[in-house]
Design a protein around this ligand. Structure first.
Ligand SMILES: [Zn+2]
Length: 434
């Protein structure tokens, strides 16, 4: 018993030590909540491994039911389709996201502004979590499916039996549930840090710019193209431009963005961080919280609009969603007033050519008059720097006394509007912002 106890102790110490070195490495690389992150990785790994074990058991049980290996191979597409692993994985990833995202985003926002908290996650990020959990579950299911297919082909070619197949299955990579689970848990947890940091930066009024930081890597040799990104700064809501390791150009919002190929993402331990504007940090807490809420509301509005466009495009519907003429050719009376701005010139010389249907809806629901809109475009208190959307088009906010107008300056389209906050107006009039 003594020897056994000693061994258990040693294993425990070894595991704790391994975790310690990961904790130190993560903390040294600039990740928030390193110790907690390591235990989150372990807990996600446990759940994923349990699900993957259920999957292995499901495949084995189905194989045993088959009269012979040919029959199993014939039925395999149907068996694979009935494999419930994807639903289980989606649930695991989503639960993990919901549990950790507000906590992590709060840890990151506090790095710049210790008084702010992230209580609400934007619709854009919530939608991303849903979509990525589904994609990821599908990818993991497919990888099992392909591996089983490969094993079936080779065992059948050798004229083997169901028993030979299950043995080969147990010897294969599929059997290594803990390895697969650990790799996925580590990759996804680090990715969640990027997403949480981005969410925090988006909500933090003091952060207008962000910076890519290469941290030397943990047990891996650095990618030259990521080393070259060290210190590169862009606007918070815009993507970085990353030259691919093997060619190509990518536009990630942060390291490990899901729009990067695995070769640019796996084992990447880069981070990104915000650059604080001291003037904004000097505002009252109440004002910073108000600006944070405004940032969430604005992004939710823009996201809703992008989603409508995406859904229409997916459904193959080409709905005219902009008003292009000041003449009264549309039947609705609501837009007539708004369309007076078509053809007018803004104070920085841009002629408005289109008005989004959404823009008109917002004017009505937010009680913004066309006079307020014209005043914002002709006599703005401030025009923000251009911000790029995912199509690379620039938009600017024209902050007027009564309302703020977002104009896509490439397509010359009035996109959205909202009443200008009283305090923001006062600050601008006194020359305190931005
Ligand atoms: Zn990297």
């Amino acid at each position: 018993m003594k020897g056994c106890e000693a061994l258990l102790k040693a294993i425990d110490a070894y595991l704790t030590k391994a975790d310690d070195s990961l904790t130190d490495a993560l903390s040294g690389a600039g990740f928030a909540d390193a110790a907690e992150t390591v235990s989150e990785i372990a807990s996600l790994e446990e759940k994923l491994a349990a699900a993957l074990k259920t999957e292995t058991a499901y495949i084995k049980a189905q194989a045993r039911k088959a009269v012979d290996l040919e029959a199993f191979a014939r039925d395999w597409p149907e068996i694979a389709a009935g494999n419930p692993i994807d639903e289980q994985l989606v649930e695991i990833f989503l639960d993990n996201f919901n549990e950790n995202m507000p906590k992590l985003a709060t840890a990151y926002i506090k790095r710049v502004d210790p008084q702010l908290t992230v209580a609400t996650i934007t619709s854009r990020t919530t939608a991303w979590a849903q979509e990525w959990s589904e994609d990821l579950a599908e990818l993991m299911k497919l990888s099992t499916q392909n591996e089983v297919q490969r094993l079936l082909t080779s065992t059948l070619a050798e004229g083997n039996s169901v028993a030979d197949f299950t043995r080969a299955l147990m010897d294969s990579g599929i059997r290594d549930e803990y390895y697969r689970a650990r790799r996925a848990a580590l990759t996804e947890t680090l990715r969640a840090h990027s997403v949480a940091q981005q969410e925090a930066l988006m909500q933090n009024p003091a952060c207008e710019d962000k910076e890519w930081v290469h941290t030397g890597g943990y047990r891996n040799s650095p990618r030259e193209n990521h080393v070259a990104m060290h210190g590169v700064k862009v606007r918070v809501n815009e993507p970085f431009t990353l030259l691919g390791l093997v060619g190509g150009v990518y536009y990630p919002m942060y390291p490990r963005d899901t729009n990067l190929p695995p070769g640019e993402s796996i084992n990447c331990h880069c981070i990104h961080r915000g650059i604080a504007n001291e003037n904004v940090l000097g505002l009252s807490l109440e004002e910073r919280q108000r600006l944070q809420q405004e940032a969430i509301d604005n992004d939710d509005g823009l996201w809703e609009e992008e989603l409508n466009t995406q859904n229409k495009a997916r459904a193959g519907i080409s709905v005219e969603d902009v008003y292009k003429t000041p003449q009264t050719v549309y039947n609705d009376t609501e837009s007539i007033e708004a369309r007076q701005i078509i053809g007018m010139k803004t104070n920085n010389g841009i002629t408005v050519e289109n008005v989004k249907v959404h823009f008109v809806d917002q004017m009505h629901s937010r009680n913004v008059s066309v006079d307020n809109v014209i005043s914002a475009l002709e006599k703005p208190l401030h025009i923000t720097d251009p911000k790029l959307n995912t199509r690379g088009e620039a938009s600017r906010q024209y902050i007027g006394r009564e309302c703020t107008v977002v104009l896509n300056t490439d397509t010359k389209t009035a996109v959205t509007n909202w009443p200008t906050g009283t305090r923001r107006r006062e600050k601008l009039e006194r020359g305190l912002l931005p």
